[in-house]
Write a protein that binds this ligand. Sequence first.
Ligand code: ADP
Ligand code: MG
Length: 603
Amino acid sequence: MSDIINILPDSVANQIAAGEVVDRPASAVKELLENALDAGATAIQLIVKDAGRTLIQVIDNGCGMSDADARLCFERHATSKIRRADDLFAIHTMGFRGEALASIAAVAQVELKSRQQESELGTRIVIEGSDVKEQSPCNCPTGTSISVKNLFFNIPARRNFLKKDSIEMSHIEEIFRRVALPNHDIAFSLHHNGRLLYDLKGGNLAQRIAGIFGSGFSERLYNIQESTEPVKLFGYVGKSEYAKRTRGEQYLFVNGRFIKHPVFSTAIERAYSELIPERTYPSYFVLLQVDPSRLDVNIHPTKTEVRFLDENIIFSILRAATKKALGQYSLATELEFDPSTEIDFSPAPKGHIAQQPTVTFNPNYNPFRGGGTPRGDYSKRSEFEHFFDSSTSPADDCTVERLPLEEEPVQEPATVFTATPIGYQNRYIVTTLKSGIVVIDQQRAHERILYERLLARSGAATAAQQLLFPVNVRFNAADSEMLCELMPELSRIGFIISPLGQNNFVVSATPADIGDNGLQELLEQTIDDYRNSMMQKFSDRDKSICISIARQMAVKGGTVLKAEEMQRIIGDLFSCQAPNISPSGRRTMVIIGEEELGEKFKL
Ligand code: ADP
Ligand code: MG
C-alpha cells in the first residue's frame, strides 16, 4: 500500500489557521492593535479604507523590531512573549500565540516598516500570501507600521462573505472601543476613508469614556471600585434612570482585555433589580484586575471568553460593589430628619426606616471634569494603583449583607418630624430635613409607597378587603386567559376573582387601597403591563404586577393635594425601604443640602 499522508506546506497551514484567527477585517484590527499595545506604544493610529477591505494600517510608537525579528514575526508560532509552557500562567501581554501575523500574511498583502530606537535605519518587508516579496532597509520613525492590503485577496469565497461596509466598519469601531477603553492612558486615533472618527488623548478612564461616548455621558455614571484579595475592580456603572432597552454600552475587562462573561454581567445587572424597569439594561465600564495565574485566557485565540478560578467570589464582590455604588450615591443615604421642627407627623404607619449606613462621599466629585493627568508610562495597572494604594476600605468591607437595599427593615416605629409641606405646581412636595430642603415628586413617591404596601401585604390574610357589592368584569379571550394565569399572584396581593364562564368574572375582594372603582380598566391595564414585561427572563410576576397596580393607583402629577395628604406621602415615603427610587427606577426626590445652598448664596 502506498503512503498517503503529506505534511502541508506552511502557506497552506497558515491559510487554514488564518480562518480561525482572521475571519473579518475587525479581527485583523484587533490583532494589530494588541501587538502595538504589547510593544509598549503610547500612541497608536488606526487607518482604515473601505471598512478594512482595501486597507488596515496600524502605526505605533512602540519598541519596533530588528531586521531579523521583522522577518521572523510572520512565521507561525513566532512570538517574543512566551518561551516556556510555564509562561502561559503568567501572561501579561495581549498576544502570546505567535499566530496572528502569520495568519494575516497568509491572506493579505502586507507591508511592514519597523525601527528600534537604537537602530539608525529601519526595515521594510513586503509579504503576499505568506511569500516574502521584498526586504530592505528603510527610513522610518521608531516603532512599527503594518499595512494590511486587500484582505482575503487570495480567498475569494471569504472576501465575498464580507458584509456591507457599514456593518464591517461597526465591527471595527467596536473592537477599537474595546481596546481603547481599558488602555485609556494611551493615545488612539481612527481614520476611515480619510475621515477622523476618533482622536483620543491619553488620560483616565472617565476621560476616555467621555472621548468615545461624548462628554455628556459623565452625567449618567457612578464610580465603582473595590479592592479585595481575588479581584480589584474599578470603573463606572450607569445610573438607573439611564438604563436602556438594549444592552448597549456594557464593557467588562480583565487585566486590560475585553471579556464577555455572562455570569459577571448578571452580577452587575442583579444589583439593579427593582431599580430599573424590566427589560432595560444598565451601561457599565468595569475593569477587573486579577492575578493572571487565577485565570485561563487560553480557551480560544479569538474568543472573548475567560475562565476565572474565583468566579463565585468575584460574582459576589461585583454585585456588592455595584450595589454599593448605586446605594452610596442614592439620596437615601443622606436622609436625616430634622427634629428641631416641632410638627409631629402622626400617626406614622407601622412602617419603618431602613437604617442606611452613613457613607461619606463628595457629591461634587466629577471625574470627567479636568484633573486627570495623562500618564506617559505604559502600565495597565497604574489606574488601580492610584486608586487602591491609598484605599481605606479593607477587604472585608465588601459584604453583601451590609448594603442598604438588601437590609431587613428595622422594626422600630418611625418618628417623623417635618415642617408643613408646601406643594409646587401640583406636582412636587417641598419640605425640609435636617440635611436640607427636599423636593418630592408626588406621583413617583406615591408609586413607591403603594408598591411596597402591596408587596408587604402579599400573602397575608388581611391583604384582601371584601367589597360590599361584588363587581362584574369581562375581558376578551386573550386577556381572560392571561387573567386566569395570573390568578395566583392576584389573589396573593388581595384580589378575589371568580370566573363566571364566557370570559366573565366577578371580583369580590380587592387589595386594601384599591376599592371597587375602575376595576375593569385596572385589571386590563395590569394584564397588558404584565404581557409587556413577560418577555424578560427573570421577571418576578408578583413584583411586576405590583409595579403596574401601584403606577395606576398613584396620585398623578397635576393633582391638587391637601397639606395632610402631602404630609402623609412624606411620612409614608420615608418609611419605605427604598424611598428615593420609584418602583420603575426613577428618582422620587431631590435634596438640596446646606452646603449646596451655601454655595448658591456665596454672592
Ligand atoms: P503574538 O502577539 O502572539 O506574539 P503575533 O503574530 O501577533 O504573535 O506577533 C509575533 C511577534 O511579532 C510578537 O511576539 C512581537 O515580538 C512581534 N511584533 C508584532 N507586532 C509588533 C509591533 N507592532 N511592534 C513590535 N513587535 C511586534
Ligand atoms: Mg499578537
